[in-house]
Design a protein around this ligand. Structure first.
Ligand SMILES: Cc1cc2nc3c(=O)[nH]c(=O)nc-3n(C[C@H](O)[C@H](O)[C@H](O)COP(=O)(O)OP(=O)(O)OC[C@H]3O[C@@H](n4cnc5c(N)ncnc54)[C@H](O)[C@@H]3O)c2cc1C
Length: 385
């Protein structure tokens, strides 16, 4: 990446902040399945979570390459940005498609940390990846929408004030294309009437604060409709490339953490009278993971460069996300193998990071769906679904 897009000062600052949150902090939270509130507060106070909010709304006004640097360094330090990364890309939906009034109301408060926009309600239990089949409805009644339905995997809903929600405003039977008739609402969860919004945590193999959310006649003012009614699917799609780039950054950070851990341990651990790292059987998986990580990193930088130049690089963002998720998983596997039995002991953090990095081959988009995108949109083969 050109030096001006690499942001060495930001990287140094993030690394310093992360050093205040070492392994024991994350291990304790992991055991209790607790939210890293102090870590998120520190990132907010340092201005990192508002890096991409324009200066006129109180943010730093930086491009996506700054967010890439921030998220990568968080993960490289052994921390996890999953507790707060959503703000960086969901904020884009408000910024790009919100009205002037919505932007001036919400963005400065998000930038200052007074309001948290961490929840993104798209996935539903019955529709899964087939987003346009979602069943949550928002029916217009005067100056309100009445929302009914259910979301699943709505991460951080318990630790957020606002939710970007995708719901059907026109029944599927009444639209020409199934991508029409979906709308984005900015839900202020603090104003929900009792019983209208129920959030239930889902326990997962890693500490991720994810939930299922039930809407029972939840009232949302029509003033909170983002953009035009019925065009919401397009707005969500427009934000996907940014999301892919940011998640790829976390994967690259994870891969670097695993590679660093594994190669250091391989140099120190002596078995049969010599460092295990002297054996090619130990060296090669780590070296291969390094090669995979570097290749994925180049693709990530290319995607970020194009995005920052004003393009919407679908191919590069998808490639970066898939290759980086594969690279972090390969690095995780090599790291566990290098540590042997100690790879399973909590105190080394390897098993925790191993569980955490597995997510990225499934969410926010699974590897199969990236391959489907490439097959159809890049290679021109027929759509498979
Ligand atoms: C921890 C966690 C956090 C999440 N956070 C959020 C969040 O904050 N907000 C949100 O909206 N969602 C969130 N998600 C949901 C996530 O985006 C989905 O899990 C992911 O997109 C996959 O969808 P699914 O789980 O419904 O799988 P399904 O759609 O049921 O798919 C299951 C498997 O089948 C494969 N598959 C499906 N269709 C095809 C096809 N046509 N061709 C080939 N393979 C196919 C998929 O690749 C996948 O491997 C989260 C998920 C997890 C696990």
């Amino acid at each position: 990446m050109p030096l001006d897009l690499n942001h060495p000062d930001i990287r140094e600052g993030v690394a310093k902040l992360c050093a205040e949150f070492p392994g024991p902090y994350w291990r304790k939270l992991d055991r209790e399945m607790a939210y890293p509130a102090e870590f998120v507060r520190a990132l907010t106070d340092a201005g990192y979570l508002s890096a991409m909010i324009p200066e006129e709304y109180g943010g730093a006004g930086l491009g996506i390459s700054a967010a890439v640097a921030i998220l990568e360094e968080i993960h490289r330090a052994g921390c996890n940005a999953g507790a707060c990364h959503a703000q960086m890309y969901t904020m884009g939906t408000v910024l790009r498609h919100g009205s002037a009034a919505q932007k001036s109301t919400y963005l400065p408060q998000i930038a200052s940390g007074a309001l948290r926009l961490q929840a993104f309600g798209v996935t539903e239990p019955t529709s899964g990846t087939d987003t346009t089949a979602l069943k949550t409805t928002a029916r217009r009644e005067g100056d309100r929408y009445i929302v009914n339905g259910q979301k699943i995997w709505t991460s951080r809903a318990e630790h957020s004030d606002l939710m970007v929600l995708l719901a059907r405003t026109t029944p599927l039977a009444d639209v020409a294309k199934k991508t029409d008739g979906l709308s984005v609402l900015l839900v202020d969860m603090r104003t929900a009437k009792p019983g209208a919004l129920t959030i239930r945590p889902i326990r997962t193999m890693m500490n991720h604060s994810t939930t299922e959310v039930f809407f029972d006649n939840l009232e949302v003012p029509t003033a909170n409709l983002i953009g035009e009614e019925g065009k919401g699917f397009r707005y969500i799609l427009a934000g996907m490339n940014a999301e892919r780039i940011l998640i790829a950054s976390e994967c690259i950070g994870d891969a670097k953490w695993f590679i660093e851990k594994a190669s250091s341990y391989a140099k120190e651990r002596v078995v049969f009278g010599r460092p295990i790292g002297q054996n090619q059987g130990i060296q090669f998986p780590i070296a291969k993971a390094y090669a995979d990580m570097r290749a994925a990193e180049l693709m990530l930088h290319e995607a970020a460069r194009l995005y920052e130049a004003g393009e919407n690089p679908g191919e590069e963002s998808n490639l970066a996300k898939m290759l980086a998720a594969d690279a972090s998983w390969a690095a995780a596997e090599a790291c566990v193998q290098t540590f042997g039995g100690f790879g399973f002991a909590e105190e080394y953090d390897v098993e925790r990071k191993f569980r955490e990095t597995r997510l990225y081959r499934v969410a926010p988009i699974s590897t199969n769906l990236v391959l489907s995108y490439l097959s159809e949109h890049v290679l021109g083969m027929p759509r498979s679904y």
